[in-house]
Design a protein around this ligand. Structure first.
Ligand code: C2E
Ligand code: MG
Ligand code: MG
Ligand code: MG
Length: 279
């Protein structure tokens, strides 16, 4: 009978929906004390100079191990932290912690090692964001020229406001990267007006580099335009050696991906930085 099965279908759907909602509410709540409970850790993923295989820098990637639920992906908890505003304190913690860690690697024999840190939109728009960053840089004695803040295209929608913030950071030497480039809405001409240094080509393009000629054309186009605008290009999500061949031919400088190195805890990265042979 149609009516009851519809009813069942509806009930079934709503049971899943409310289960998901419950998990969300729980995670949102637990996020508030997770910092104090020291449930967060920062993993680091090397950024590799494609022509030499040398590690040029690292990207800080946040990890949350929930006391009951185990590892929670940033793809799940970052949006929740963003919604509740917890991201402002959390992002500050990541920046300070990562600056301290990378500073110690710089002191231990890698003076040029760069640090990339992801910035969320709520954090970027929070009061005094730029001065907070500069204060952390000063407190940790970090060379601002070696710090790259990763923002996304969607954060640049209110162009004027964003440029004011970016300029304040850039005056002190901090570098700006556009993360996941190619997936947002901004036109390439916006790049001309934004004070950015680096484009990170989104891994959805890298994934199809070998199989979709359209993806390859887009990657080549982004690299060419980026170079014309004096931007450095990083390609994310490199998993196969053949991808490196194509990207090198296109002139991409820096690569990041599981083929080179996975994100790893600081202890492992510390050892790697001492011993790594170029890939
Ligand atoms: P993202 O900034 O684009 O970071 C790259 C993501 O791709 C990371 O996922 C990394 O582990 C993953 N990845 C790297 N190489 C490969 C590869 O070869 N193949 C595949 N399939 N994936 C690869 P992760 O760590 O899960 O982070 C997801 C996103 O969460 C990040 O994307 C970033 O937007 C956000 N995120 C992570 N940490 C932070 C943080 O401290 N603050 C903020 N605001 N966002 C963060
Ligand atoms: Mg990133
Ligand atoms: Mg990102
Ligand atoms: Mg990305």
């Amino acid at each position: 009978e149609v009516k009851s099965s519809e009813k069942n279908g509806y009930r079934f759907f709503s049971a899943i929906a409310s289960e998901e909602l419950l998990r969300q509410v729980k995670l949102e709540n637990d996020l508030r004390c997770a910092l104090i409970k020291q449930e967060f850790a920062i993993y680091y993923q090397p950024l590799v100079e494609m022509s030499t295989g040398r590690i040029r820098g690292v990207e800080a990637l946040l990890r949350w191990t929930h006391s009951e639920l185990g590892a929670i992906s940033p793809a799940e908890f970052i949006p929740l932290a963003e919604q509740t505003g917890v991201i402002v304190d959390l992002g500050e913690w990541v920046l300070e912690e990562a600056c301290r860690q990378v500073k110690s690697w710089q002191r231990a024999g890698r003076p040029d090692l760069t640090l990339a840190v992801n910035i969320s939109i709520r954090q970027f728009k929070s009061d005094g964001f730029a001065s907070k960053v500069l204060q952390i840089v000063e407190n940790t004695d970090f060379n601002p020229e070696l710090l790259e803040l990763e923002v996304t295209e969607s954060m640049m929608q209110n162009m004027h406001e964003s440029i004011v913030i970016l300029d304040e950071l850039k005056r002190q030497g901090v570098k700006i990267s556009i993360d996941d480039f190619g997936t947002g809405y901004s036109s390439l001409s916006v790049l001309r007006q934004l004070p950015v240094d680096t484009l990170k080509i989104d891994r959805s393009f890298t994934k199809e580099l070998m199989t979709e000629s359209s993806a390859a054309s887009i990657v080549k186009l982004i690299i060419d335009i980026g170079h014309n605008l004096n931007l450095k290009i990083i390609c994310e999500g490199i998993e196969k050696p053949q991808e490196i061949g194509i990207l090198r031919e296109y002139g991409c400088e820096i690569g990041q991906g599981y083929y080179y190195y996975r994100p790893s805890p600081s202890e492992e990265i510390g050892l790697l930085l001492h011993s790594a042979r170029p890939v």
